[in-house]
Design a protein around this ligand. Structure first.
Ligand code: AP5
Ligand code: MG
Ligand code: ZN
Length: 214
């Protein structure tokens, strides 16, 4: 199954991805996670991406597309994958389609997680992530049992550098300008699935599962 998770910053893409990949046994490919990993390791790619990410701007298409195409050729992606945060521009979407078409392949579903802009800032600013396993929490909406500690692995929780109010506002604007046109793009291809991302985390998951099948 080849899936794309579309939705604004803080919509719950990463949160839902965790359940989806477990259920369908496909790898989670998040371009944001790839950049953050590179940054942590101090690679040239990570350092180039940092300037854009800190401002809430998009990393240039040319850089992003090559990384994703490389990742899609790895053996674990052979039978499908879940793309999270890619594509994010029309150019990226077209590049992905061209890549898939070359292999006689196509996306199965594009899941658009819809959340009102007012809710997004609160979600992103309250987000906490496990340093060790990457699990995502929210100080109010999905708190860990012990403050600052991951339920799953005991790792300590941190806040992303781009999860401050000003950068989140910019990320939302960039989403509106650059990414939201993809909703129409995929609707026309009749592979778009609209999901209400404002329900409880578990309800959103059930809605996604009911579309993807058991
Ligand atoms: P990326 O890491 O992809 O960030 P994003 O798209 O801004 O999305 P987020 O990760 O912020 O949100 P999410 O939807 O995953 O929400 P989550 O599940 O964590 O990208 C970061 C940067 O990298 C970009 O700004 C850009 O610079 C660069 N980049 C990445 N991809 C790129 C690309 N393709 N092209 C160019 N540049 C690229 O949830 C958020 C919070 O809400 C959590 O605390 C969670 O617990 C809580 N929550 C989740 N669901 C619910 C719910 N139903 N109810 C209540 N709370 C909830
Ligand atoms: Mg995410
Ligand atoms: Zn953890």
């Amino acid at each position: 199954m080849k899936l794309v998770l579309l939705g604004p910053p803080g919509a719950g893409k990463g949160t839902q991805a965790a359940g989806i990949i477990e259920r369908y046994h496909i790898p989670h490919i998040s371009t944001g996670d790839i950049f953050r990993k590179n940054l942590k390791e101090g690679t040239a790619l990570g350092l180039r991406a940092k300037g854009y990410m800190d401002q809430g701007a998009l990393v240039p298409d040319a850089l992003v597309v090559d990384i994703v195409v490389d990742r899609l050729t790895e053996p674990d992606a052979e039978n499908g994958y879940l793309l999270d945060g890619f594509p994010r521009t029309l150019n990226q979407a077209i590049a992905l389609d061209e890549y898939l078409a070359k292999q006689g392949d196509h996306l199965d579903h594009v899941i658009n997680v819809k959340v009102d802009p007012e809710v997004l800032v609160e979600r992103a600013v309250g987000r906490r992530i496990c340093k060790n396993c990457g699990a995502t929490y929210h100080v109010d909406f999905n708190p860990p049992k012990v403050e600052g500690v991951c339920d799953k692995c005991g790792g300590s929780l941190y806040q992303r550098e781009d999860d401050n109010e000003a950068t989140v506002a910019n990320r939302i604007q960039v989403y509106m300008d650059e990414t939201s046109p993809l909703i129409d793009y995929y609707a026309k291809k009749e592979i778009l699935v609209e999901i209400d991302g404002q329900k409880e985390i578990s309800e959103v998951f059930q809605d996604i599962i009911s579309v993807l099948g058991e």
